[in-house]
Design a protein around this ligand. Structure first.
Ligand code: PBG
Length: 328
């Protein structure tokens, strides 16, 4: 026996099967929610320039995307809409035949088992690009709530299975819960963007959804990336107000927050692996600087290890392919 005393951790790493035996975190296709951008118009399948592999689809082209999603075993999609006209109060967000409402009807009619999660926000629908109504340069809280409630109810009427409010107005969960209940949708859960930072990682999404603010920024309603306790206060309010899921967004730079929220609350925690996190990896992979498959699986595994029960990711289709073919 060696005189040195130390532990032989490598015993459990010596073969692929041994590593598989002790692996603590395993990605499953059920973990993923895939975002889809539905655009008004005909015969459109338009790649988002800053997000290679992500497209805007008009309703008549949505079938090809949905067929692929279903064939890969993905069970939930998160719907965003790009309307054909915008105004100061985001009318198209709560129009009964708005783009998200129609896309929801299409999916529920042709793929009834797929869960439709509707993103509830106004920024894609307002001409100023803010997530609520404005007075001068101020984004009004309570006046915005009324419109968000109308949006959520119209999404539920179209058949949305889950409402996902992303606007960061105070009180949006309780307002939407009450609105849904009064309209008879007490069984429709709310997946709240409970902890949403004012992040530069949303840049490519704003190309995809055409939702960049036309003046100022979102710092008066989205959170300061420097803050950790504030995340717990935000999540606590949403739990009290009746949320069913808690989203932390972005995810990769905020894994400490994911862990805090996972430890503190009992609801399912959802990480949103946002557009900028996708585009950084895509750009490097397209240049041959990183190995895309390995790095994406490592990133998503880290998110799950940090405490994400579910992950919203533009990589969902790729991952579904990779893990079904994996020889691990
Ligand atoms: C709408 C919304 C945004 C994202 C999801 N919902 C943009 C924003 O807040 O500016 C970002 C998603 C992503 O970057 O992938 N408020």
């Amino acid at each position: 026996m060696n005189e040195l005393q130390f532990k032989r951790h490598r015993r459990l790493r010596q073969s692929a099967n041994m590593r598989a035996l002790v692996r603590e975190t395993i990605l499953n296709v059920n973990d993923f929610i895939y975002p889809i951008f539905a655009v008004e118009g005909e015969n459109i399948k338009q790649e988002v320039s800053s997000m290679p592999g992500v497209y805007q689809f008009s309703l008549d082209r949505l079938q090809e995307e949905m067929d692929e999603v279903v064939s890969l075993g993905i069970k939930s999609v998160l719907l965003f809409g790009i309307p054909d006209h915008k105004d100061a109060v985001g009318t198209e967000a709560y129009h009964s035949h708005g783009i998200v409402q129609e896309a929801t009807r299409f999916i529920k009619q042709h793929y009834p088992d797929v869960l439709v999660v509707a993103d509830t926000c106004l920024c894609e629908y307002t001409d100023h690009g803010h997530c609520g109504v404005i007075e001068g340069e101020k984004v009004l809280n309570d006046a915005s709530l009324d419109l968000l409630v109308k949006t959520a109810v119209s999404q539920a009427e179209a058949g949305a299975d889950i409402i996902a409010p992303s606007n960061m107005m105070d009180g949006f969960v309780v307002a939407i819960r009450k609105g849904l209940d009064e309209a008879g949708f007490e069984d429709v859960p709310i997946m709240s963007y409970a902890v949403k930072y004012a992040s530069a990682f949303y840049g490519p999404f704003r190309d995809a959804a055409d939702s960049a603010p036309q003046f100022g920024d979102r710092k008066s309603y989205q959170m300061d990336p420097a803050n950790r306790l504030e995340a717990l206060r935000e999540a606590e309010s949403d739990v009290e107000e009746g949320a069913d899921f808690l989203i932390v967004k972005p995810t990769l730079s905020y894994l400490d927050i994911v862990r805090d929220v996972r430890n503190e609350f009992r609801l399912p925690v959802v990480g949103y692996n946002v557009s900028g996190e996708y585009s950084l990896v895509k750009a490097a992979a397209l240049n041959g600087w990183v190995d895309e498959k390995t790095i994406v699986l490592e990133m998503l595994t880290s998110m799950k290890r940090a405490g994400c029960d579910l992950i919203i990711t533009y990589f969902a289709k790729d991952v579904a392919r990779w893990i079904s073919n994996s020889d691990k």
